[in-house]
Structure formats: C-alpha cells, structure tokens
Design a protein around this ligand. Structure first.
Ligand SMILES: *Cc1c(COP(=O)(O)O)cnc(C)c1O
Length: 365
C-alpha cells in the first residue's frame, strides 16, 4: 500500500526539476545574491498576480507582519486585535512591536475572526486588526473593514496560508490595507527555504516597509530610521518565480481533493469545513473536527495515511504567553481539542483522496 504523505515539499521540486535547476544556475552564475533582478522580477510578478500595487519581498511571514505593523506606526502602548486561534506567528509579530495582543474569538464554522466580536474587544488604545485567512479561506473582510474604517484602525491581513484565495471577487493580498505572505516551504506558494512578502495599495506603507526591511535605508549607508534586516534572497525569488507559474494549477488540485473529501465524508460524524458565500478557499489545509481525534489519527496511520493537527495548543495556552493562560477563550479551546488535518497538497491524486475517504469512513463503521 502506498504511503499518502500529509504534505510533500520534495514532490514540488521533482515536478519542476529542470526549471528549478535552470533558475538555480542562473542565480549562481550571476554572482548576485541579495537585492537583485530576481527579487525585483518576483515582486513585480507577485504584485501582478494579486492585483496589489506594491509587493516587497522580505525574510519570512512573521517579519512581513511585523514590518507592516511598524510601518503603520504600531508600537508600545497600542492594542492589536488578533484571532484567538491562529499560528503563533500572528501573535509574535504583535509582541515584537511592543504592542498588546487582544484576542478575538472565531466564528466556529469557519475558524476565522468573528466580525461581530470586534466591538467588545475595542479599547481606546486599539490601533490595528490582523485578520488571518486561516487554512486558506479569507476572513469575512467586508464587516471587518467597515468596523476598521469607523474606528480609524489599520488592517493587515495575515495571508500566509492564502496565496490565490478570493473574497467577493478580490484577491488575497488586496484585502485590508496591507497583506503579509509567507513562502515557508509548506505554504501554497513555498520557497526552498524561508521567504515572505508584503503587498499593499498604499504608497506610504510600501515605502516604509521597504526602508524598515533594509536597515532603515533607501540610499546605501544612509539610515533614516532604526530598521532591521529582512530580505528575500535571489535564489528563493528565482524558485518562487517558477512556482508562481504553477500556483493556480496546484491550488486547483487542492480544490479537487477538497471536493472529493467534502462529498465523500458528508455522511460521517466529522465536522467538515464550511466556506463562506462568494469566498474561494485555496485549501492550504483541510481541517475536520473529530471527537475521537487520537483514534482517527491512529487508524489513518495504520492505513499508511499521514494526518496532522493545526494546531494542538492555542497561543494563549503556550508557555510563550504564560501571562495570558487564565484568559477564557472557549471557542478556540474547544476547536484545538478536536481539529485534525487530512492530507492536502498538489502531490495528491484523486485516487489518493478517494482512499483517504474510504479509510475515514471505515473508522466510523
Ligand atoms: C506560516 C505562517 C506564518 C509565519 O510565516 P513564516 O514564514 O514561517 O514566518 C504566519 N501566520 C500564519 C497564519 C502562518 O501559517
């Protein structure tokens, strides 16, 4: 029986090997490895892809969020509204600016930030909101933006899991005032190392992000502010250009796998993902909820199918945020106890997805 991998980053190289080899050779032979033509070209191509006016490459997704927050003037004394259930990077980016985290609970069906809960979370110190497009599905942006505008708040979307996702005809990367992307290898658009980017329509934010990411400098050896170093390198940019060409295609494969799961598992006791109206998820993860999660994971493993958990512990229960451990965030806590991610990615065939369905169904027989 063939092993069905949860994720297979190696496969993405195998699928594009000749093009990747050519890209790597081009960079190596150019003798230019930082801030060169590949990054410039990728920034242009990714801006075009998302429809954003600006794209600025940076070191990783965490720093992409931090850069935007700092560019928007967020710092010590400010409150930032963040989802209670997200990958911890969303929280850490806020912490790194010195601002305070104010967790907002999700809509249970979609796992995304609940716009109806923003009002009660608002304080006089609130400066920004970070909606996360969790598991590949854009957050419900219209009411979030309406709330932000009413209260003069800055909105940076954490789009680390949502390259190519669409909300009411608008692409992920153009929702909110700015967006932060990660190109960690396991993401829908992943490098063969670390990478990230900021996209925005806002000229001022773009200029500040670019400066902050480059030692506070726009002119060599002239430093106007205390920036830091966060760069996408030429090699990763060259790889990303090859993969960007494939992104829609590979997102389509994910969608096909998701359709097979949704159809095949609809009569099981699993809680299946719910996608909002006029929203297109890019299925970064296919997350179900199961009362006997450990049992199902073991059953899948016995049948050579890898599953995973996103995420086993909510940020406020992590050692990193001990000061928040007494917060009560019941929706988030309940979700974290039951979620399970089925194999998902462009490495999967329809037969693989069908086999996952049969094995899951057998668990409940
Ligand atoms: C991956 C991820 C990040 C961080 O990206 P890195 O490139 O690993 O720093 C941030 N937010 C979310 C939701 C993520 O999934």
């Amino acid at each position: 029986m063939k092993q069905i991998r949860f994720l297979d980053v190696g496969w993405t190289y195998q699928a594009l090997a000749p093009k990747m080899d050519t890209a790597a050779k081009r960079v190596l032979e150019s003798g230019w490895f930082i801030h060169g033509d590949e990054v410039k070209a990728f920034e242009k191509e990714f801006a075009l892809y998302t429809g954003a006016k600006h794209c600025i490459g940076c070191g990783n997704g965490l720093e992409a969020i931090e850069l935007v927050l700092r560019a928007a003037g967020v710092g010590p004394g400010d409150d930032v509204l963040v989802p209670s259930n997200t990958f911890i990077a969303t929280w850490l980016a806020v912490t790194r600016t010195g601002a305070n985290i104010v967790p907002v609970e999700p809509v249970e069906a979609t796992y995304n930030m609940d716009p109806a809960k923003l009002e009660e979370a608002l304080t006089p110190a609130t400066k920004a909101i970070i909606p996360v497009h969790l598991y590949g599905q854009p957050a419900d942006m219209d009411p979030i933006m309406e709330f932000a505008e009413k209260n003069g708040l800055f909105v940076v979307t954490d789009a680390a899991q949502a390259h190519g996702a669409v909300y009411k005809g608008r692409m992920s990367g153009t929702l909110g005032h700015a967006a932060a992307f990660s190109f960690y290898p396991g993401k829908n658009l992943g490098a063969f190392g670390d990478g990230g980017a900021v996209t925005t329509m806002d000229d001022k934010i773009a200029e500040r992000v670019r400066k902050l990411a480059n030692y506070g400098s726009t002119e060599k050896y002239v430093h106007e502010c205390k920036g830091f170093n966060s760069r996408l390198d030429e090699m990763q940019a060259a790889f990303l250009r090859v993969k960007l060409d494939k992104l829609d295609n590979w997102n389509w494969t994910r969608k096909t796998v998701a359709s097979i799961y949704l159809e095949g598992l609809k009569d099981t006791p699993l809680v299946l993902p719910v996608i909002g109206e006029k929203i297109q998820s890019v299925w970064h993860l296919f997350v179900v909820r199961c009362k006997d999660r450990d049992g199902l994971i073991k059953h899948l493993a016995d049948n050579k199918i890898e599953a995973s958990i996103h995420y086993p512990i909510p940020p406020h229960k992590q050692g990193a945020y001990k000061e928040m451990e007494n917060l009560s965030l019941p929706i988030s806590e309940a979700i974290h106890k039951e979620v399970l991610s089925l194999p998902m990615g462009p490495h999967m065939t329809e037969e693989d997805a069908q086999r996952v369905v049969e094995v899951v169904k057998a668990f409940f027989k």
